[in-house]
Design a protein around this ligand. Structure first.
Ligand code: UD1
Length: 448
């Protein structure tokens, strides 16, 4: 099914997207199996990486998400043809007809991952003017590491008003390999420079690179396209530049953050679940923490079975880059800790402003003290349903989870965030016994 205009391309149900509230009935047991979708953070960067190919790239297991739709819109606005069939997406990049003014600011601002396009566009077109990125408001989220990396590869990069303007300055109009040491471990910067360096002349060495599985997924696809990348998944990545990259077919890896969210859904409702497909090593730290607090977790191939004890205990977590505890699961894990016995210390070290969910949890009766970026959660399995609103993607998922554990019916707002990153979140939970209703108008509930 060819999709070459933005209207036809919107495959998410519009009624579903415009409904604003989730009404969540608490204290319901869950049981059964939940299927994990393709990883949002992989799919988005793989879509941008397709811009490097001079033939079509066919992705499978692409999740149906608002962020993927926004990225699709962006590619279409560059003259790229997309063909979509359910979770398959073919990106035909032979037709990039882009001038810098064509890039719509609105789409770029709505999506942090839009900035991924800078490396591929610069490498292929020699020049790009790209609006500054948007995304979840969880910190200042600078892009200095991306810019310094591109400069090290020989590009001239300036920020002009709300745009980043990048240009190749070498007479050969090609990036040049370089040795780059990142000042901090950044997933986005590692991905931007990795993509740009695949078409650079000579060898690039990235040090202090981020090690997240999404970077390995990106490198695996780029190598399938003909790139020469070694060491992705470690802190030192080498990239031997090639002249061109081919198209390929590639399956997006399973979403480790979605899988982790459902493991926590099991724990918070004290209900057994099986979850697949997963790559268990991607969830090692999360599994260890859940085991430490009293969940029995068994792994068989790509399936995790989790049976939580009734009397779970508090454990401490500190978020950090992979293989540490993922910042994207900090809010869901805090929701769980609000329901267990004891006091847990939750320290956020990746983003400086990622504790906004605490106020909403407190409105449900959670006892949480915040000191800087460390929260002390005094667990108590007696949360009361109420109306709560999320300001970012992962905290919205956490609010649904905490509502599943509360007494009464909660109303969760902020679904525009949830839809960015979870495919059929409520539907998947309902299929294993939750009672979640999506509505347009303020639900009439006294929360009891
Ligand atoms: C990605 C993920 C996001 C996840 C985050 C950390 C995508 C689309 N999003 O975001 O879900 O929460 O990794 O695992 O993949 N930093 C700088 N300068 C830079 C870039 C980053 O100082 O140029 C800092 C950030 O402010 C932050 C830290 O590095 O404190 C990590 O950010 P980064 O890994 O870049 O996150 P994103 O790629 O934005």
């Amino acid at each position: 099914m060819p999709i070459n205009n933005t209207e036809k391309q919107l495959t998410l149900n519009q009624d579903h997207l415009s409904s604003k509230y989730l009404q969540v009935l608490g204290s319901q047991g869950l049981s059964g199996h939940i299927r994990v979708s393709g990883a949002k953070n992989s799919a988005l960067v793989l879509m941008a990486a397709a811009l490097l190919a001079d033939r079509s790239v066919c992705l499978s297991n692409v999740p149906l998400l608002a962020d993927v739709e926004a990225m699709s819109k962006l590619l279409v606005s560059m003259g790229i043809e997309l063909r979509r069939n359910k979770n398959q997406l073919e990106i035909i990049t032979s037709s990039i007809n882009l001038s810098p003014k064509d890039l719509s600011c609105e789409v770029f601002h709505s999506l942090r991952a839009s900035f991924f396009c800078i490396g591929p566009l610069l490498a292929r077109l020699g020049e790009v003017k790209i609006p500054l990125p948007g995304g979840c408001k969880i910190g200042t989220r600078p892009i200095d590491e991306h810019i310094q990396g591109l400069r090290a590869l020989g590009a001239r990069v300036e920020i002009e008003n709300d745009y980043v303007v990048a240009k190749l300055i070498s007479p050969q109009k090609r990036l040049t390999g370089a040795q780059i040491r990142f000042n901090c471990k950044s997933v986005g910067a590692t991905e931007t420079i990795l993509m740009a360096a695949t078409l650079a002349k000579g060898m690039t060495i990235l040090e202090n690179a981020a090690q997240e599985p999404e970077i390995q997924d990106l490198a695996t696809m780029l190598n399938k396209m003909g790139a020469k990348i070694k060491g992705a998944g470690t802190s030192r990545i080498t990239i031997e530049g090639v002249d061109r990259l081919n198209g390929c077919s590639y399956m997006v890896m399973p979403d480790r953050i979605e899988a982790g969210t459902f493991l926590i859904a099991s724990a918070i409702t004290r209900s057994p679940l099986t979850i697949s497909p997963v790559i268990p090593e991607h969830l090692d730290t999360v599994i260890l923490k859940l085991q430490e607090c009293g969940c029995l977790i068994e792994c068989s191939g790509d399936t995790l079975s989790i049976i939580p004890r009734k009397n779970l205990q508090a454990v401490d977590i500190t978020t950090s880059p992979f293989p540490g505890f993922p910042t994207d699961l900090q809010a869901p894990f805090m929701a769980l800790m609000a329901t267990v016995k004891g006091t847990s210390k939750i320290e956020e070290t990746v983003f400086e402003n990622r504790m906004q969910h605490i106020g909403e949890f407190q409105r449900m009766g959670a006892k949480i003290l915040l000191e800087g970026n460390t929260a002390y959660v005094i667990g108590d399995n007696n949360l009361k349903a109420t109306s709560i609103a999320a300001g970012d993607l992962r905290s919205c998922a956490a609010m649904v989870l905490v509502s599943l554990a509360a007494n009464g019916t909660s109303v969760v707002q902020g679904l525009e965030h949830l839809d960015r990153g979870y495919e059929d979140f409520a539907e998947k939970l309902n299929a294993v016994g939750a009672n979640i209703l999506r509505t347009y108008s303020v639900p009439l509930t006294n929360h009891e």
